[in-house]
Design a protein around this ligand. Structure first.
Ligand code: TXD
Length: 323
C-alpha cells in the first residue's frame, strides 16, 4: 500500500522541524516547498541523510515547484513572516494575507483532495482566507493554535504544582491572539480541580486566584515571551509538534479531541467564523465540534476574542480586493 503523502508549504524554522518530525514518526513521504531556491532541497537532504541512524523509511523531497505536492493527503502551511519583538500577530496580516492567498491557489490546483492545517499568523484570519480561496469543505481546512496554547497553559500548571504535565488537562479557546481564553473552571490534574489544589497549597483563596491569574496571563503572552528571548523569529519547536499531533490524528484516524481552529456554524453562538474550540480529528478531518456550556464570564471573554478575529477578517478585502 502506498505511504501517505504530507506536503509542507514554507520551509523555514517551523517547516524544517515539521519535516523532521514527519520522518521520525514515519507519518508518510514528505515534500517541503519554499520559494527560496535550494533551501528546502538542502534541508530535506540533510534530514534524509540520517535516516539510517534514525531508522525511518520515507521519501523526503525539497522543492520550489507546486507540482510536487500533487496527491498530498495532508498539507501543513507555515509560509509567511514570523513576528519580531514588539509586534503582535495581527501586525502580520497585510504581508501574510498576500502570501496565504498565493499558497492557497497552489494547494487548490495541485492538492485538491488534501486536508489543510494552517500555522501561519494571524492564525484565524489565515485559515479563513485559505478556506475561501481553496473553496474546500470546512472540515478539510483548519488551524493549529489551540494545541500549543493549551499545552503552554498545562505546562505552567504542571510547573506550579510540581506534577507531570502528562497528567494536566486544561484548554484554551478562542482566537490565537492576545484575547485567547484559557478556561480555568475545567483545568484539572487527572480529574482533580487545579483551583482546589492551589487553594490547598496556599491555604488562601485570594492567593490561589492570584497565582492562577498569573498563569493565565503568561499563557496569553507565551508566544511573545519566546519571541522576546529569541530576538529573531518566533516559537518553532512547539508549533511544529502541535501541528504534527493534528496531522497524525487525521492520517491515523485517531478521533483525538484537540483544540482546533475550526469553522463555527452556530456552535458557541458564533456564525461562520473560524476560532479555536475542541474538535474531534480523524479520517474525516474536523469530524465534529465538541460544544459545552460556558459560564457568563467565559462567554464574555470568548465573545471578545471572536470580535477580535472578526476585526481582522473585516480588513481582508482591503488587502485582497478580489477576495
Ligand atoms: O501556533 C502557531 N500557529 C504559531 C504560528 C506559532 C508560532 C509562529 N507561527 C507563525 O508561523 C509565524 O508567525 C509565521 O507566520 C509562521 C511561520 O513561522 P516560521 O518561524 O517558520 O517562519 P520562517 O522561518 O520565516 O519561515 C517562513 C517561510 C520562509 O522560509 C519563507 O521563505 C517562506 O515561509 N515563504 C513562502 N513559502 C511559500 N510561498 C510563499 N509565497 C512564501 N513566502 C515566504
Amino acid at each position: 500500500m502506498a505511504r501517505p503523502k504530507i506536503s509542507l508549504i514554507g520551509g523555514g524554522q517551523i517547516g524544517g522541524v515539521l519535516a523532521q518530525l514527519c520522518a521520525l514518526r514515519e507519518l508518510g513521504d514528505v515534500v517541503l516547498f519554499d520559494i527560496v531556491e535550494g533551501m528546502p532541497q538542502g534541508k530535506m537532504l540533510d534530514i534524509a541523510e540520517v535516516a539510517r541512524v534514525d531508522g525511518f523509511d520515507v521519501d523526503l523531497k525539497g522543492t520550489n515547484s507546486y507540482a510536487d505536492i500533487a496527491g498530498s493527503n495532508v498539507v501543513i502551511v507555515t509560509a509567511g513572516l514570523p513576528r519580531k519583538p514588539g509586534m503582535s500577530r495581527d501586525d502580520l496580516l497585510g504581508v501574510n494575507a498576500k502570501i496565504m492567498s498565493q499558497v492557497s491557489e497552489g494547494i487548490k490546483e495541485y492538492a485538491p483532495d488534501a486536508f489543510v492545517i494552517i500555522i501561519s499568523n494571524p492564525l484565524d484570519a489565515m485559515v479563513t482566507l485559505c478556506q475561501k480561496v481553496t473553496g474546500f469543505p470546512p472540515e478539510r481546512v483548519m488551524g493549529q493554535a489551540g494545541v500549543l496554547d493549551s499545552n503552554r497553559f498545562c505546562s505552567f500548571i504542571a510547573w506550579e504544582l510540581g506534577v507531570s504535565v502528562r497528567d494536566v488537562n486544561a484548554m484554551v479557546l478562542g482566537g490565537h491572539g492576545d484575547t485567547m481564553v484559557p478556561i480555568i473552571r475545567y483545568a484539572n490534574v487527572n480529574g482533580v480541580p487545579v483551583m482546589e489544589q492551589l487553594v490547598r497549597k496556599y491555604g488562601d483563596e485570594a492567593k490561589a486566584n492570584e497565582v492562577m491569574t498569573a498563569m493565565v496571563e503568561r499563557t496569553k503572552a507565551a508566544g511573545g515571551e519566546v519571541v522576546k528571548l529569541l530576538g529573531n523569529g518566533s516559537a518553532f519547536y512547539s508549533p511544529a509538534s502541535s501541528a504534527i499531533a493534528m496531522a497524525e490524528a487525521i492520517l491515523r484516524d485517531q478521533k483525538r479531541v484537540l483544540p482546533t481552529c475550526a469553522l463555527l456554524q452556530g456552535e458557541f453562538g458564533v456564525d461562520n467564523y473560524y476560532v479555536g474550540v475542541p474538535c474531534v480529528l480523524g479520517a474525516g478531518g474536523v469530524e465534529s465540534i465538541i460544544e459545552f456550556s460556558l459560564d457568563e464570564q467565559e462567554q464574555a471573554l470568548f465573545d471578545k476574542s471572536v470580535a477580535a478575529v472578526k476585526g481582522l477578517i473585516d480588513e481582508l478585502p482591503t488587502i485582497l480586493p478580489d477576495l
